[in-house]
Design a protein around this ligand. Structure first.
Ligand SMILES: C[S@@+](CC[C@H](N)C(=O)[O-])C[C@H]1O[C@@H](n2cnc3c(N)ncnc32)[C@H](O)[C@@H]1O
Length: 234
């Protein structure tokens, strides 16, 4: 990172919140807009993707940064009762999702043990290992240090399972300048929405003990890229 961006990064981390999702007063919001809109499209996109990658109803899935259940609605409907686990930093978003997005049938398929509110990636649900994990549009809001904490904690709970996370990627030579990902989104190295190079992700992944690979056939409307992580076999 250039010296200029390093100073910007320090400024943003000490004087501004990493992202608006850290606000816990999200009661009177339009949650679908707040989460990032394209509700139906992106909800279905993540569900179809995991099904294509082998997700079956008997599997246990953790949805990291589950928000108001844009993907959760589809996963809860598909998975066996109590097999969906959602975690988020923002309690209000989960609460709104449970009350406004789930019908009675879906509400009966989960209970309070299926959700955890945590700012430090606490995944201590009463589950030995998850079969699948997803973090869609979450790392796009996170600094590297938070991504590392998330991966380290997940590693203890995933064993042979698969983890998929989306990122905004940028080429090495563009990483220090703002990058236009789509009409609506410009990404930065020092503030939310964050971009990373694929090499940076590979480095993080290797240091934590995962292997990762870029998924080429995942197409996101705002140019997020999907990366698959699996624990390195020793
Ligand atoms: C763009 S939303 C995506 C939500 C959901 N994955 C979806 O596809 O609808 C980003 C979510 O990440 C959550 N988030 C941001 N930082 C987080 C952190 N450090 N730990 C857990 N969740 C976080 C936000 O509260 C928000 O719900």
């Amino acid at each position: 990172m250039s010296i200029k961006n390093l100073f910007k990064s320090l400024f943003y981390s000490y004087f501004k919140r990493d992202s608006h999702y850290y606000l816990h007063n999200s009661n009177n919001i339009n949650h679908r807009e707040y989460i990032g809109d394209k509700w139906d499209e992106i909800g279905k996109l993540q569900f179809d993707f995991l099904k294509k990658k082998g997700l079956k109803p008997h599997h246990k899935l953790i949805d990291i940064g589950c928000g108001s259940l844009r993907g959760g609605v589809h996963f809860i409907n598909y998975l066996n009762s109590k097999n969906y686990f959602g975690t988020d930093i923002n309690y209000d978003l989960i609460k709104i999702g449970l009350s406004k997005e789930l019908n009675v049938k879906l509400r009966n398929k989960i209970d309070e043990n299926n959700f955890l509110v945590s700012s430090d990636f606490n995944f201590n649900f009463n589950v030995d290992y998850f079969d699948y994990a997803i973090a869609l549009s979450v790392f796009t809001h996170l600094r590297k240090s938070n991504i590392i904490t998330c991966l380290k904690n997940l590693k203890k709970k995933i064993n042979n399972g698969f983890f998929f996370g989306t990122f905004f990627l940028v080429d090495e030579e563009r990483k220090d300048t703002p990058f236009i990902q789509s009409k609506q989104i410009t990404t930065y190295s020092y503030k939310d929405p964050f971009h990373y190079t694929y090499n940076e992700i590979k480095e993080i992944s290797k240091n934590v003990g995962f292997e990762c690979k870029l998924i080429y056939d995942f197409v996101h409307p705002r140019n997020q890229k999907m990366i698959a992580f699996q624990k390195k076999r020793s």
